[in-house]
Design a protein around this ligand. Structure first.
Ligand SMILES: Nc1ncnc2c1ncn2[C@@H]1O[C@H](COP(=O)(O)OP(=O)(O)OP(=O)(O)O)[C@@H](O)[C@H]1O
Ligand SMILES: CC(=O)N[C@H]1[C@@H]2OC[C@@H](O2)[C@@H](O)[C@@H]1O[C@H](C)C(=O)O
Length: 372
């Protein structure tokens, strides 16, 4: 059995997810342990500054890169302590790092202009943890003409595919993405648009809360059809994959811009509309890309948003909708486990991308190895 750690801090900036897996000689993946580590408030503020397109500060980038490396290393060490293992028992860490800019190839940018940037210095992680660290998973795929995202579909296929039924895996993080796992082994996947990011942003603006617990605030409001239709006009939703997105497109400003056309909607009704937008963009993408009875397994923090999940279920009336626990991995840990698995792929010189998903020219070994 080889052990791997996956570290993930997503667009929501709600903390660092750390997961420990073991992989047996038959390549079966076993979820062993997980922790969530705090992302210090000051660091979170710096990351948000770096994510805002108006400020580009190389000083801040360098400093934040190192600091994220330090907190990621600590998260890995905390995970080892909590799991009662020594860092020496871990073969490798797969560190996603923190995305601060994602500019994939699209209608406005060709493959040579595309870039994506995840920070969290892997040298620092390897140095402080004493564990070989693999990082920078997305840029090879971008270099090969791909979107660099989503990357989790390859893992979803390895962990969740079934020879007996087609499955949809729905990840609701800051952004949302789906993987369609076909019985013949084919995989389709793409980002569907916002996950929690817009609802998080709006409740923060209005009630200073980090997220809308269980979707209760949204549930207290009423969806505004005009605003919803306005949001749904965004070309991203109608595009077919490969496609990926991020805070560059879905952010607080995009809500304010839309509200200029709808100035008198009550804040809780805006939240209800954002929930509906999230549920509709997800369910439309699922309906468009998979057969009507294909079951859906949800992972990511959004799986805890009861109102959102209920609405997605209602919009997909003929499908079983449940979370990935039933497939062996608790929904909150799937992403971190995926990066642990991607580390294993890279160390074993195996590809981590699915070209049909990202649009890359072919399978690629992702990331770089920073030895212990
Ligand atoms: N009880 C809950 N009720 C409502 N929403 C919740 C709840 N628990 C978590 N969330 C949502 O889940 C989010 C965190 O999800 P997750 O950790 O999957 O995102 P991420 O990893 O940052 O995203 P990404 O996949 O885009 O990188 C929180 O910001 C919040 O919106
Ligand atoms: C650029 C980037 O960090 N993208 C994230 C984000 O969060 C969800 C969605 O947008 C997905 O594209 C991706 O994360 C997952 C882990 C992925 O690559 O599959």
């Amino acid at each position: 059995m080889s052990k791997y750690i996956g570290l993930m801090s997503g667009t929501s900036l709600d903390g660092i997810d750390a997961a420990l897996i073991s992989v047996d000689e038959n390549d079966n993946i076993h979820f062993e342990h997980s922790i969530s580590a705090i992302l210090p408030a000051e660091l979170k503020a710096d990351i948000l500054t770096l994510c805002a397109s108006s400020t580009d500060e190389i000083e801040l980038l360098g400093k934040t890169d190192r600091e994220i490396g330090r907190v990621f290393a600590n998260a890995a060490l905390q995970l080892c302590t909590s799991a009662s293992i020594s860092p020496a028992d871990v073969t490798a860490i797969g560190s996603h790092g923190q995305t601060v800019r994602h500019r994939p190839p699209d209608a406005t940018r060709n493959r040579n202009q595309a870039f994506t940037l995840q920070i969290g210095d892997p040298n620092t992680i390897a140095e402080l943890s004493g564990i070989t660290t693999i990082a920078d998973f997305r840029r090879r795929d971008i270099a090969a003409g791909g979107q660099g995202a989503p990357l989790v579909p390859a893992f979803h296929a390895a962990a969740f595919a079934s020879a007996n039924e087609e499955r949809v895996i729905l990840n609701i993080g800051g952004m949302a993405n789906i993987s369609l796992l076909k019985i013949n082994g084919d995989v389709i996947g793409f980002d569907t648009g916002p996950g929690n990011v817009l609802m998080d942003s709006w409740i923060h603006t209005n009630l200073e809360q980090d997220f809308d617990r269980d979707g209760n605030w949204a549930a207290s409001g009423k969806c505004d059809t005009g605003l919803l239709e306005h949001f749904l006009q965004l070309p991203f939703y109608a595009q077919s994959g490969p496609k990926s997105t991020g805070r560059e497109q879905f952010n607080q400003q995009s809500i304010f811009d839309a509200l200029r056309h709808f100035p008198s909607i009550a804040p809780e009704d805006v939240q209800a509309t954002l929930l509906e937008l999230t549920a509709r963009s997800i369910s439309d993408a699922i309906e468009k890309s998979s057969a009507g009875m294909t079951p859906v397994f949800i992972c990511g923090g959004g799986s805890a948003n009861l109102a959102l999940c209920k609405r997605i279920s209602t919009l997909l009336p003929n499908r079983r909708v449940e979370d990935t626990r039933i497939l062996g991995i608790p929904p909150d840990w799937v992403e971190a486990v995926a990066f642990a698995w991607l580390a294993k792929q890279t160390l074993n010189q195996l590809p981590g991308n699915v070209p049909a998903v990202t649009g890359a020219d072919g399978p690629r070994i992702l990331g770089a190895i920073y030895p212990a």
